[in-house]
Design a binder for this molecule. Structure first.
Ligand code: NAD
Length: 454
């Protein structure tokens, strides 16, 4: 059945309809219309799936998508244009250009934590580049998956965009098919499954994965502001953000003070009991709640640690100096627990991060410009913020994606357009006679000319 969906899409793609720039722009505008017309239903679905406060859902999902689409609409014509490049004597007379062309049909497999954004932002890039798409939302966010499946066919070209709901069984079937590109967002274990399946058809793959994103806080940082920014980025969506701070390395001189500031900020943001706050989300399901809670086994909690299974509530939790071999420090937390470890120096923090997997993000809070420069030069990761967390997502021109175990490939803005375009090289020459340098017989004088031309 899925084979038929793909064959029909590939046929439609071959007709050339989706390559037309007006068609692409029309699809993007339809997505805008969908988002504004159904905003309250979408907010409701996100509330059902994750207890997501409306403000957070607007900020990180709906408005994020609006900004992304607006940016693509503004830039698409120039991105899609053939890009002239120089030629040189060897091909004279000639002109050369790079022609971005869509791949065909792209499979988008998305995750549950930002279930709308992670399904539609890749779709924005895929459509901007002129592809068809099969969208497979996460089954762990069923309300959002259902609304995506209901609304996309009402707004988008049904021949070009198909939503298939389901879980492991459905995704496994889809992965057997020869898509022209696969875009997967989720954990690295499944990332490997996706990559193996893609290898069978030599299908190019984009993997948006996770990992442990570190923060280093130097003694030169303003602790109150630092605590406020970290607390916001960590406990947004109840800590279920792939680029959320996973652990803090704090200079030993300020580690205790920083912990106190973070606790104070939590109180400021969510009040005496975060469970009663309308601004604090919930854990996606019991399995994930129990997974994160198990990381606390045997550890002392500095603040938080309160869990209500029935309500899928897990309070904002800070743990000081956990052992490095605890699961809290060896696995991606992906929940509302934040370990804070004192460390002797900036250099020790850099070494600490370098010794581990390349993270999706790495954050530095410091007023020291040498440290700022070194953090950029010495830490390899997907993205960085200096003196903030998460906020690079607000810049459409910044590519988003991991490196090494945190992912491969990038999207957002132009990076997304290029991720789902093949950059085809074209050399164009006139049919004019030319000196017979490159043709056999390869006389000695031709070797000399070859030398001059190289
Ligand atoms: P998930 O459980 O929603 O799974 C992601 C997708 O993979 C789903 O659509 C699911 O149906 C599919 N899937 C699951 N198991 C499969 C299997 N065995 N075979 C084929 N398909 C399968 O999400 P998750 O993996 O729990 O997501 C959390 C992880 O994703 C974290 O590591 C997080 O850091 C990462 N993440 C990364 C980004 C990013 O943009 N880099 C964004 C969000 C989440």
């Amino acid at each position: 059945m899925y084979q038929q969906v793909l064959s029909q899409q590939q046929q439609y793609f071959a007709s050339g309809v989706t390559k037309d720039l007006n068609w692409r722009k029309q699809q993007l505008k339809q997505l805008q219309l969908l988002l504004s017309t159904h905003e309250s239903e979408l907010l409701h679905a996100l509330q059902q799936d994750l207890g997501k406060p409306a403000f957070e859902a607007l900020l990180s999902e709906i408005n994020y998508l609006h900004t992304d689409i607006k940016h693509c609409l503004k830039k698409l014509t120039s991105w899609a244009r053939p890009r002239r490049v120089g030629t040189g004597l060897r091909t004279f007379p000639a002109m050369a250009f790079i022609q971005p062309e869509p791949y065909g049909s792209v499979l988008i497999i998305s995750a549950w934590n930002y279930p709308l954004q992670l399904a539609l932002a890749p779709l924005v890039a895929v459509l901007s580049a002129g592809n068809c798409a099969v969208v497979k939302p996460s089954e762990l966010a069923p309300a959002t998956s259902a609304i995506i499946a209901r609304l996309l066919p009402l707004y988008l070209d049904k021949e070009a965009v198909v939503v298939i709901e389901g879980g492991v069984a459905e995704t496994t079937e889809l992965l057997k098919l020869p898509f022209d590109h696969i875009m997967y967002t989720g954990n690295g274990q499944v990332g490997k499954i996706v990559l193996r399946a893609a290898a069978e058809h030599l299908t190019p793959v984009t993997l948006e994965l996770g990992g442990k994103s570190p923060v280093y806080v130097d003694s030169s940082a303003d602790l109150k502001l630092t605590a406020q920014r970290i607390a916001w980025g960590k406990w947004l969506n109840a800590g279920q953000t792939c680029i959320a701070p996973d652990y803090i390395l704090a200079h030993k001189d300020i580690a205790q003070a920083l912990a106190e500031e973070i606790k104070a900020q939590l109180h400021q943001m969510y009040g005496d009991d975060p469970k009663l706050s309308p601004d604090y989300g919930r854990i996606i399901n019991l399995r994930h709640l129990q997974r994160v809670r198990s990381y606390l086994d045997g550890l002392d909690v500095y603040c938080g640690g309160v869990v209500d299974e029935e309500q899928l509530y897990f309070s904002p939790t800070l743990v000081l100096d956990p052992p490095l071999d605890s699961r809290l420090m060896t696995e991606e937390i992906f929940g509302p627990v934040l370990p804070l470890l004192p460390i002797s120096s900036f250099d020790a923090a850099v070494r600490f991060v370098q010794k581990r997997d390349k993270p999706l993000s790495a954050y530095l809070f410091s007023n020291n410009s040498t440290q700022q420069q070194q953090w950029v030069e010495q830490i390899s990761c997907g993205s960085q913020c200096i003196n903030d967390v998460l906020m690079f997502m607000a810049v459409s021109e910044l590519p988003f994606g991991g490196v090494g175990p945190s992912g491969m490939g990038q999207y957002s803005g132009k990076a997304g357009f290029e991720q789902f375009s093949h950059l085809k090289s074209v050399l164009k020459r006139p049919l004019w006679p030319e000196p017979p340098v490159r043709f056999a017989p390869y006389a000695d004088w031709k070797r000399k000319v070859l030398g001059w031309l190289s």
